[in-house]
Design a protein around this ligand. Structure first.
Ligand SMILES: [Zn+2]
Length: 298
């Protein structure tokens, strides 16, 4: 069972600049959703630290620092899996998005799943994972995600339902066995969070991170601790000390013997050899320099 910090974003209720107040009041919505997320996770046996900092003065991001410090204190004494902060978006768009620093592969995986899950449950466009430099994401010592559930100032607001949103977040955070829409079939299965691969229906056996790389119909896949195939995600293989990338169909990207495969991921261009290993700090077969992070040096 995992240990989560669930943080309630923008709780300075009633103050100007305390977060979005439009068709929805962010500070009340996040309180409502946060409490339910904590409750549902606890019902599934997880440990939850609910952080709600009510700042009553003019808003100067002070609560972001307080939440980050409190989370870091908790992490000193327990092994926190993930920091999850809940917000409501504004600016007239539509659909959920989940923000990360981009530095934690684990946070990226959770972010993908939570965003997928929210978009499906609310039947809204999935804005997906965004790299953002937010105070609270930068200051927390553990992998962290910031969930913008939906927009307060668009037609999204009509879809606001704290229970549906909280269930969707919890489904994104915890595993297949906990998801309700689960009819297992042999081979690939999909729910609103991601793909997994069942090898034994009777005993509900499926690949997880225990199983290492799996070659299925000629392509390589890797699974997380909950059994989901990594999707649009980086993976660092500590046994061979190489970075790999799993594309939107969960397949390991690979070049050929004579030519690396180049791929734009976020803001960098990266190359992979025929085994899927990312090149770093070298000149590639086709003559381009990549730095120690693997990014192409222009
Ligand atoms: Zn906010």
């Amino acid at each position: 069972m995992s240990n989560f910090v669930i943080a309630v974003g923008h709780t300075a209720s009633g103050n100007t600049g305390c977060g979005v107040v439009s068709r929805l009041d962010e500070s009340n919505c996040t309180r409502e959703i946060g409490a339910l997320v904590a409750q549902y996770l606890e019902e599934k046996g997880h440990v939850v630290n609910l952080l709600r900092v009510d700042e009553s003065n003019s808003y100067k991001y002070k609560d972001c620092y307080i939440r980050a410090n409190k989370a870091n204190d908790i992490a000193k004494n327990s092994n926190v899996e993930l920091y999850v902060e809940i917000h409501i978006n504004a600016g007239g768009g539509t659909g959920p998005e989940v923000c990360v620093t981009g530095k934690s592969a684990l946070a990226n995986q959770y972010a993908t799943k939570v965003s997928n899950s929210l978009a499906t449950s609310l039947n809204l466009t999935n804005r997906g994972v965004k790299i953002q430099s937010f105070i609270v994401l930068n200051k927390t010592s553990m992998p962290a995600i910031l969930v913008e559930c939906l927009f307060a100032d668009s037609s999204d607001a009509d879809k606001y339902d704290a229970e549906i949103i909280a269930r969707a977040i919890v489904n994104g955070l915890v595993g297949i066995e906990n998801s309700s829409d689960n009819v297992l079939k042999l081979g690939w299965n999909k729910n609103n969070i991601g793909w997994w691969y069942c090898t034994d229906v009777t005993n509900k056996y499926y690949y997880t991170s225990q199983n290492d790389w799996k070659n299925i119909d000629g392509d390589w896949y890797i699974f997380d601790s909950n059994g989901y195939a990594l999707e649009s995600a980086w993976y660092y293989d500590s046994s061979d000390k190489f970075w790999y990338y799993l594309d939107h169909s969960c397949k390991m990207v690979r070049g050929t013997k004579d030519k690396p495969l180049w791929l734009w991921i976020d803001s960098g261009c990266y190359s992979f050899n025929e085994h899927g290993q990312m090149h770093c700090n070298c000149v590639t077969l086709d003559g381009y320099r990549v730095d120690e992070s693997g990014a192409w040096v222009k």
